[in-house]
Ligand binder design. Structure first.
Ligand SMILES: *[C@@H]1O[C@H](CO)[C@@H](O)[C@H](O)[C@H]1NC(C)=O
Length: 398
């Protein structure tokens, strides 16, 4: 999964075909859903969304059939590597599947398909990434978990979802709850995208005995994690809280970040840190590319938007990949780039999962950069580093 990874990206993507969820998905709210989208060669689409009462997608509540058309416009300015598209919704049908239906405002035509305004097609595993959906109704600034081709092999959930229709929703089986155990080492399974044009890989280690954690965050300027910009090492404490009332099986945690080291990895970030005034990020004017500096004494690094000490209100959930490896999900970041620094901002949905690794067994080293990738020439020219143009929106968190 992590080694010898090949990513082929087509811009603009030809998304003709049938694309389906490969698991029960969680959106902020929380909302629980599965999706079955058909795109036709003339640009029209039929999108089925099935909503549920539970995080296993075993109890359907209502389904939506959305028809319309989508036209790719250009490379996204907000998320490098994505394609911005124009979407028209012509018709939305709602089908209630229980006695009382209380759909949120998702069926509003302007909102129901906003996710199609940002897309990315990765042919490595036939995955279609569509824009993320926020409670704040913002433009997509990242992706949801990808849809798989309905023809994908070894995907039982894909088969169930692809044969469903408006009146016959997919019913997934309720899984036994997996206990949330943080102990050990965890790494990203792919190059991840964060709102605010950050691409990164994460490696986290948790020590349950001492309730301490360390994190290594490698940041990149490109969507396949080839060009490093800076790394952050952080550590601190955590404490386990109550089980989540909103999402069965998920557990609340509180994290504090008390120590941090920053390493600029390219010329642009090094000079940014050096011109930043006011002793708010390490020792002023002393940054060198590839040389780490402890920024604990300056209370973090204002230029990168990280403050210390910092507390985050978190939500974790355990999972398993199709090969039986343990997965760990933590909370999705707010789309405005801020952090969940108050209990009422605690996330209600999840980031892409981390996979458990073991020293000696599964390697903890991610094999970035990926060995091959193709980007549209516009994307190669359009190098938008968050710390060049948008450093106020650039935030780092666990
Ligand atoms: C996209 O792919 C489909 C087959 O999957 C094909 O029929 C269609 O012509 C392609 N469209 C373009 C613009 O290449």
């Amino acid at each position: 999964q992590l080694h010898g990874q090949q990513v082929t990206v087509h811009t603009p993507p030809n998304i003709t075909g049938h694309w389906v969820s490969n698991s029960c998905e969680v959106r902020p709210g929380p909302e629980f859903l599965t999706r079955s989208y058909r795109f036709f060669p003339d640009g029209s689409f039929q999108a089925l969304q099935f909503y549920y009462q539970d995080p296993d997608c075993s109890k359907p509540s209502y389904s939506l059939l959305i028809r319309g058309s989508v036209r790719p416009l250009r490379a996204s300015w907000l998320v490098r590597g994505g394609t911005a598209s124009e979407v028209h919704v012509s018709r939305v049908q709602l089908r209630c599947l229980q006695t009382a239906c209380d759909p949120p405002d998702t069926p509003a035509p302007d909102r129901s398909m906003q996710e199609l305004t940002l897309m990315r097609l990765e042919l490595r595993a036939e995955e279609l990434f569509l824009g993320d959906v926020h409670t704040e109704h913002a433009q997509p600034a990242g992706y949801q978990s990808p849809l798989r081709s309905a023809k994908a092999e070894r995907c039982g959930v894909c088969r169930i979802v692809s044969s469903a229709d408006l009146h016959h929703p997919p019913v997934l089986s309720a899984r036994p709850e997996r206990p949330v155990r943080l102990q050990g080492d965890w790494v990203s399974t792919r190059c991840e995208v964060r709102p605010g044009v950050l691409f990164l890989t994460r490696q986290l280690t948790f020590h349950e005995d001492s309730q301490t954690w360390t994190g290594q965050y490698e940041h990149f300027s490109d969507p396949v994690c080839r060009h490093p910009t800076f790394s952050i090492s952080a550590s601190g404490r955590y404490s386990r809280g109550a089980p989540s009332a909103a999402i069965g099986g998920a557990v609340q945690f509180t994290f504090t970040v008390t120590h941090m080291t920053v390493t600029p990895m390219d010329v642009a970030t090094t000079s940014l840190l050096n011109v930043f005034r006011g002793r708010e990020c390490g020792s002023e004017g002393s940054w060198q590319r590839g040389v780490p500096q402890d920024v604990t004494s300056t209370s973090g690094c204002a230029a990168l938007g990280v403050r210390l000490p910092h507390t985050e209100y978190e939500l974790f959930r355990a999972g398993q990949d199709p090969s039986g490896h343990s997965l760990l999900y933590n909370g999705q970041r707010p789309s405005d780039g801020s952090s969940p620094d108050r209990p009422e901002r605690r996330p209600t949905s999840f980031q892409p999962p981390l996979i458990r690794c073991s020293r000696g067994g599964r390697s903890c080293q991610t094999d970035w950069p990926s060995s091959s990738s193709t980007l549209h020439p516009d994307e190669e020219r359009h190098t938008q580093h968050c710390h060049h143009h948008h450093h106020h929106t650039c935030r780092v968190g666990i």
